[in-house]
Design a binder for this molecule. Structure first.
Ligand SMILES: O=C(O)CCC(=O)C(=O)O
Ligand SMILES: [Fe+2]
Length: 420
């Protein structure tokens, strides 16, 4: 029977949810999370550290809280991605469905959750732990050297600050580091750090996701079209720790923005707050929580890919909300609880090869790309979008469409606690 696409999508999501529930049950990892199911196919898991939960949050636990989440969560399907290069018939069979689900999510909300055999839950959580430790250590040694004293490691030996710069945000309680593709290569080559294994996995997953996007867009005769244009691994890794604030007046922990490159692959430690701007209701800005699933990556479209596909795939505004953030669809008590925890995330920003504009403009098959960057090179485009400094991405420059949304005044944080 040829069921309508919407019904097919829901039943696929249900099958995946069942699979996920079985995995969680078997691994026992559901114990540390409050788990909610929504009828629209999304799963919401909020980290609840046992013993230190806010009594108010606990008070809205169970079915009442599940109801709040059910109404408010963004529709972000969980998609298990096969290895596209694998030519076995079982994989080929699921490829078509998977790529359609992925592309339809990236068309609808610009967001999907993907899980790949290339990234285990363990590798993801170890990488997040390593990122948070790295930021803490480097921040300590930076502060020590700025104060004129060298910091010491556990053995009492002096430690030098590393070559990767940890940047404390000028006003907000958070620190981050940008790992250029060169820094990533050095880590992978030295192979001393769990982050290098994580980077290797993400580079491969990036290619798989790009292949699935090509298939989902109907480019079956050239499934490697996007992947080939990313083979320089011109990616940037941003590791970030948001400090706890213990304050109900905390606004956005990360200001609203869309990403600039092709796709972003994001891991978070599950502390709530990530929200996307839903464009479903015309004229009404609604920030909806993005579901968290341990082991899955959040995939979202950057404005470069949105332009490249002529707007078919969406580069959606997103933020990390606090309890005072405006128009949040998250349960406020969950956000208050989240501010009591530090929050670590790793964003992997995929950018295309440096020469991509030239190669696309001479490619007859990709007329859409013409003008997508307004005549700029990829590097200039990223520089422009990031408010001047392309590498640090320290500013926020909105696209003209985003400016229109922002001008309505409904999206800004009531307390500007974060401005990248
Ligand atoms: O920290 C997060 O969860 C989101 C970070 C983000 O959106 C970004 O760095 O572009
Ligand atoms: Fe982002």
């Amino acid at each position: 029977m040829n069921r309508p696409a919407k019904h097919r999508k829901v039943s696929e999501a249900i099958v995946l949810l069942f699979f996920e529930a079985t995995l969680l049950f078997l691994s026992g990892s559901a114990l540390s999370f409050a788990e909610y199911r929504s009828p629209n196919g999304s799963v919401v898991l909020h980290k609840m550290t046992s013993g230190d939960g806010d009594p108010e949050v606990a008070a809205v636990g169970g079915s009442e809280k599940a109801e709040v989440e059910r109404q408010n969560s963004a529709v972000v399907p969980l998609i298990d991605i096969p290895i596209v290069e694998d030519k076995s018939s079982a994989h080929l069979l699921s490829l078509e469905t998977t790529s359609k689900s992925l592309v339809s999510a990236l068309r609808d909300s610009g967001f999907a959750l993907v899980r790949s055999p290339l990234l285990t839950k363990e590798l993801q959580s170890e990488a997040l732990r390593a990122a948070s430790q790295f930021l803490a250590k480097e921040t300590k040694s930076k502060v020590a050297s700025e104060n004129g004293s060298a910091s010491k490691n556990e053995d009492g030996n002096e430690t030098k600050p590393g070559s990767i710069d940890v940047i404390p945000h000028p006003t907000d309680p958070k620190v981050y580091a940008m790992l250029s593709s060169q820094a990533q290569y050095e880590l992978v080559e030295s192979d001393t750090h769990v982050i290098s294994a994580y980077i290797s996995a993400l580079r491969s997953i990036k290619k798989e996701v790009l292949r699935l996007i090509a298939i989902g867009l109907g480019m079956n005769d050239d499934v490697d079209f996007f992947a080939k244009l990313h083979d320089e691994d011109n990616d940037t890794l941003r590791i970030i720790t948001y400090f706890p604030t213990f304050s109900e007046t905390t606004g956005n922990r990360c200001k609203e923005h869309s990403d600039y490159g092709t796709i972003t692959l994001l891991s978070t430690d599950g502390v709530s707050g990530l929200e996307l701007l839903s464009s479903k209701e015309e004229g009404e800005a609604k920030w909806l929580p993005v579901p968290y699933i341990e082991g899955a990556l959040v995939v979202n479209v950057g404005s470069l890919l949105a332009g490249w596909t002529n707007g078919a795939l969406k580069a959606t505004l997103h933020r990390v909300a606090g309890p005072a953030s405006l128009n949040s669809g998250s349960d406020r008590r969950v956000l208050i609880e989240a501010t009591k925890h530090s929050r670590t995330s790793i964003a992997f920003f995929a950018d295309p090869n440096a020469n991509v504009r030239e190669s696309l403009e001479t490619n007859e098959n990709n007329q859409n790309f013409k003008g997508a960057l307004g005549g700029m090179s990829v590097a200039d485009y990223i520089r422009w979008r990031s408010g001047g400094n392309g590498f640090e991405r320290s500013g926020v420059s909105f696209t003209p469409e985003e400016r229109k949304i922002i001008a309505k005044g409904e999206t800004a944080a009531s307390v500007e606690n974060c401005n990248r």
